[in-house]
Ligand binder design. Structure first.
Ligand code: ATP
Ligand code: MG
Length: 246
């Protein structure tokens, strides 16, 4: 693959939370630009840890990560943050703010961090935040405080916030875990439309095989911190994901 076709590249990543207790072991991968890559693996296999390393939140002890051809490091981290939308497994919403205010957090990178109060966001940003909630089918909840929402509604607020950020790469940890299958499928379909339109790269941890089959362009399987299947060199790249589950 040409460098311009790759959104994210990791080489020889090793990560341990504690001295030499390796949670990620020598992980190398390439994520194609503008496509959906899904990461599967048993609980505790290191999926969240890998997401955080790829998003530049955790520093690996060994190896390197490149996002859009820039290595993540001390100097580049800040500028890369605006390109990367990260949706944590716990969603990272502010419970006491409304849905709309949470979505507007996605615009902070453009509007300045002093503007946390709703009234200080430019009108067009508020309109776009409303539109993102509408796209997620929860515009009626825009002035509801997040702690009053269901798990699935919160998940959609978190997705809308990330869309407002207009990232080049979205890393989502358990993207649609609290949604029923039909709604999850509908939201993934919408995400794919947005991703195609904006050439946005989408990477998600996902445990529902049906959704992976339906939406993944590439599947990576993690087991005990090792990538066991799905590296491009194993020939998965660009092939139907159903092959993985045979
Ligand atoms: N902050 C931490 N400190 C120490 N160990 C951790 C920490 N976070 C995770 N671990 C350990 O690292 C391993 C991988 O955890 P991780 O959260 O990456 O797994 P996961 O694949 O995302 O699991 P799940 O599917 O349950 O979310 C686990 O053994 C876990 O106990
Ligand atoms: Mg996890």
């Amino acid at each position: 693959m040409d460098n311009t076709d790759i959104a994210l590249r990791a080489e020889g990543i090793c990560f341990a939370y504690r001295d030499k207790e390796w949670v990620l072991r020598d992980i190398s991968l390439s994520i194609p630009r503008g496509k959906a890559t899904m990461i599967m693996g048993p609980s505790g296999s290191g999926k969240t840890t890998l997401m955080k390393v790829l998003a530049g939140i955790l520093d690996p002890q060994r190896g390197r990560v490149e996002v859009l051809n820039h290595e993540i490091g001390k100097r580049t981290r800040r500028s890369l943050y605006s390109l990367i939308g990260y949706i944590p497994q716990q969603l990272g919403l502010v419970r006491n703010l409304t849905s709309l205010e949470n979505v507007l957090m996605g615009a902070l990178g453009r509007c300045g961090h002093g503007r946390v109060m709703l009234g200080l966001f430019p009108h067009h940003e508020i309109e776009q935040a409303q539109a993102a909630l509408d796209l997620m089918g929860i515009s009626d909840k825009s002035s509801e405080k997040v702690f009053r929402l269901s798990g699935g509604q919160r998940q959609r607020v978190a997705i809308a916030r990330t869309l407002l950020q207009r990232p080049r790469v979205v890393l989502a940890d358990e993207f649609v875990s609290d949604l029923d299958l039909d709604l999850a499928s509908e939201i993934l379909r919408l995400m794919r439309q947005v991703a195609e339109r904006e050439q946005m790269t989408f990477i998600a941890n996902m445990h529902e095989p049906q959704l992976v089959r339906e939406f993944a362009d590439q599947v990576l399987l993690l087991d005990h911190g090792e990538l066991v299947r799905g590296l491009p060199r194993h020939g998965l790249q660009g092939q139907p994901s159903a092959e993985v589950f045979q």
